[in-house]
Design a protein around this ligand. Structure first.
Ligand code: 5GP
Ligand code: ZN
Length: 144
């Protein structure tokens, strides 16, 4: 099992820092976020330490993803919510504050006061197709 001795979420996984757990599997725990965006906000945390989502092995990512619908149903019911956000912040620039990859599941209520949407941009010229080509190349998928 990979672990970082300085990581707060590794300490939570190993029971060295208290947390309120709502679900445990062999590869992940689900805990109440200590400072919820909306009450009922939980974190799906893999037991192994991986810094960002791009570092996750595919099978672990699949396991974490497989928990999302079930956890979301429970969170939405418990919060009397009507929707939810599932979000992974990756990297400081994207708002990640704990460098142990985790998935937020946040219940949403009509009057929760949380701002959405994010701002949007427009592509110019062939920018969109150039970036798409680069992504396909990085994915090792042949261009169309
Ligand atoms: P990030 O900003 O990295 O995407 O999210 C980190 C989340 O972890 C935040 O929502 C924050 O409230 C939560 N958090 C930080 N420290 C603790 C802790 O000690 N226990 C729990 N349960 N949540 C924490
Ligand atoms: Zn960790």
């Amino acid at each position: 099992m990979s672990r970082d001795p300085h990581c707060i979420f590794c300490k939570i996984v190993h029971g060295e820092i208290p947390s309120v757990r709502v679900l445990e599997t062999d590869r992940a725990i689900v805990v109440m976020d200590v400072a919820p965006v909306v009450k009922g906000h939980v974190l799906i945390i893999p037991r192994d330490h991986h810094e960002q989502v791009r570092d996750l092995p595919d099978d672990l990512a699949a396991h974490l993803g497989s928990l999302v619908p079930r956890v979301t149903r429970a969170v939405v019911a418990a919060a009397d919510a009507v929707g939810s956000n599932t979000i992974i912040n990756s990297g400081k620039v994207a708002g990640q504050t704990v460098d142990h990859c985790h998935w937020h599941v946040i219940p949403r209520l009509a009057d929760d006061g949380v701002d959405w949407p994010w701002p949007s941009q427009e592509y110019s010229g062939d920018e969109k197709s150039r970036i798409a080509s680069r992504i396909r190349r990085e994915l090792d998928v042949s261009a169309d």
